[in-house]
Design a protein. Structure first.
Length: 612
């Protein structure tokens, strides 16, 4: 996500900060800013757009003085559109304190309301600005910046990687972490804090990783780390051993693998602050103004492309089973060209990771032209779909660098499940059932992590099938779209031909392909279709097909039939694809790597398809 860098030492801070921001551009962002302290004055320059746009602004009349302390930020918008005002850093009322922040402050509205009553003036739409004013208020009765930040963070609920400067103490930087990474670079007479080692490695390889609930004070000559409870911590200094390119990937060989492993966190972020467990319901603030239209719609129509279309198919199953509402799923690329019939009250939901997919944007505009209410589900704040929709929900997956979507897909499924619960509860689903669904959702990050913690079997299976020409993926119910997604992942990055089918449809044609050279991946959880899919596996084995089965933990029935098994935890039916797709992503990844393919930038593909 966003980039953070802070520097204190004998050198001119500005070029160090700008270069650090450039090193973190791969993380994705929509604005950039710099704060410096020189001669007791706080200087801030920020600009929507790229780091280069900020540099031009500084060069063209926004000159910044030489300074030996400062910080920089690249923002990926969450609260407030990406513009100059909402860009970081943010200052307090007196322009004495500046903050930069990664994460989301969940209780910012409550804090903001309190601070407004106390006379504070806000200029942005961000949650981050609240932190600057909260520190300002506490600083009035606190002897130093470190304690002001520490006490302020005890009032904050949410995630943060935070860096703070104050003109009252121009010889120190304070940093704090809760859920959003910060690294301290330990230099000789200089120290650095950053969100990513990519911004540090050119200056020092000696680093300290700040932990959750920890606050650090950096001066030119040292670093002190304490807990939020003011207990000093002795931190281990570690040495960076990776080259710059590897560090940008967080130590992973590829962005795709990194993003697969981020899914416990991104799934959590997608539902953070939205689950109402006691009520067995959810809160989707972005839909509040149109919720009544969605709940009373005679029909929901999804339009999407690629992976997002597969997510929409699973959303169809969710909504029809639990919300009892008619749902249709359309290829966005076909929607506008076949004279779609939209009736009064229909709601069209567009799904796109980037929010810029040309086909999906065209479908949105066609739906609006016909008078339909349009809802956007996307990842990029301020994107075209986000701006042009009547309302929407962000999936909060963070920037996705790998072309083959992984974490965005599972985050889309989380948002669709949230939408399902919202509508179902409004249409009479019992509170007890809602509580059951919400509680199971809260367990999903842990269950995904359990899969990611044991990938040896998947790597082994990949090594057995890396020279295969064709694959077949089969699933029933919720897992049919998951089979489509698994096949797409393999096609995208390994260039192996793969097909996804409903398992029951195999005997209506594709069974002709089955022989000893055809591996078949079955998604076979112990659900209501279990006995049926067992029969489908028997049909493949009778024709000497090689079966790879995605099963629940401690599965016994399929063990006698499958050639290879991959276990995933048991969950409720509508959440099964979220768990089942993780090994499918990893299988595709490991096969592609073994074939020498460029998994992050597969041939002929673009991350955001902005042409029709």
């Amino acid at each position: 996500m966003c980039g953070i860098i802070g520097y204190i030492g004998p050198k001119n801070a500005l070029p160090i900060l700008l270069e650090g921001l450039k090193r973190m551009e791969y993380r994705g962002y929509d604005s950039a800013g710099i704060a410096l302290i020189s001669n007791g004055t706080l200087h801030i320059q920020k600009q929507a757009g790229k780091v280069d746009d900020l540099v031009k602004k500084i060069q063209n009349g926004g000159q910044l003085p030489e300074a030996h302390i400062g910080m920089g930020h690249t923002r990926w918008a969450t609260h407030g559109e990406p513009n100059d005002i909402n860009a970081h850093p943010h200052a307090d009322c007196r322009n004495e304190i500046a903050v930069i922040h990664n994460g989301i402050i969940e209780n910012y509205l409550a804090i903001k309301t309190k601070l407004l009553r106390e006379g504070h003036h806000f200029v942005s739409a961000t949650d981050t600005e609240v932190i600057a004013h909260l520190i300002e208020e506490i600083y009035k009765s606190t002897p130093n910046l470190f304690d002001a930040v520490r006490l302020a963070m005890k009032e904050v609920r949410g995630t943060y990687g935070l860096v703070v400067l104050s003109t009252r103490e121009p010889d120190r930087i304070v940093a704090a972490r809760m859920g959003s990474p910060l690294i301290l670079g330990i230099g000789d007479g200089e120290n650095i804090v950053a969100a990513d080692a990519a911004a540090i490695i050119e200056h020092t390889r000696q680093v300290v990783y700040l932990g959750d609930g920890e606050v650090a004070e950096l001066t030119a000559n040292g670093v002190v780390t304490k807990t939020l409870g003011d207990v000093e911590i002795t931190k281990e200094v570690q040495e960076l051993t990776f080259d710059l390119e590897q560090i940008e990937k967080g130590g992973f060989l590829h962005f795709m693998l990194k993003e697969i492993h981020e899914q416990p966190e991104t799934i959590q972020n997608s539902m953070r602050g939205r689950l109402l467990e006691e009520e067995g319901s959810v809160k989707l603030g972005g839909l509040s103004e149109v919720a009544h239209k969605i709940i009373h719609a005679p029909r929901l129509i999804f339009a999407a492309c690629g992976t997002s279309w597969h997510a929409a198919l699973i959303g169809e199953y969710m909504l029809e089973q639990y919300a009892h509402i008619s749902v249709e799923v359309e290829y966005a690329s076909e929607f506008r060209y076949r004279n779609p019939i939209l009736n009064k009250g229909d709601v069209v939901i567009l799904i796109s990771q980037s929010g810029e997919t040309a086909d999906t944007l065209a479908a949105l505009r066609e739906a609006k032209a016909q008078g339909a209410t349009v809802i956007g589900i996307c990842n990029v704040v301020g994107s075209s779909i986000a701006r042009e929709s009547d309302a929407g929900v962000y999936i909060h997956a963070g920037p996705e660098i790998g072309v083959a979507s992984t974490k965005a897909f599972t985050s889309q499924l989380i948002v669709l499940a949230l939408l399902t619960i919202m509508i179902a509860r409004s249409k009479g689903m019992p509170r007890e059932k809602g509580i059951e669904l919400v509680r199971e959702m809260k367990l999903l990050p842990e269950k995904v992590q359990s899969i990611l913690s044991n990938t040896k079997q998947i790597e082994y299976i990949a090594s057995e099938f890396n020279d295969i020409k064709n694959f077949l993926y089969l699933g029933r119910g919720y897992n049919f779209p998951a089979a489509l997604e698994g096949a797409l992942k393999l096609k995208e990055i390994s260039y192996i031909h793969a097909e996804g089918y409903p398992a029951a449809e195999m005997k209506h044609g594709p069974i002709a392909l089955i022989d000893e050279n055809m591996p078949v991946v079955f998604i076979a959880p112990h659900d209501r279709s279990y006995e049926k899919i067992m029969s489908n596996i028997q049909e493949v084995k009778a024709r000497r097909g090689r079966v790879i089965a995605i099963v629940n933990d401690e599965e016994d029935g399929i063990r006698q039939l499958a050639d290879y098994m991959i276990s995933v935890p048991t969950t409720l039916d509508l959440f099964t694809p979220i768990l089942a797709v993780i090994p499918l992503q990893l299988l595709a990844y490991y096969i592609a790597v073994s074939r020498g393919c460029n998994v992050d930038q597969p041939r002929n593909l673009a991350k955001s398809v902005t042409v029709e």
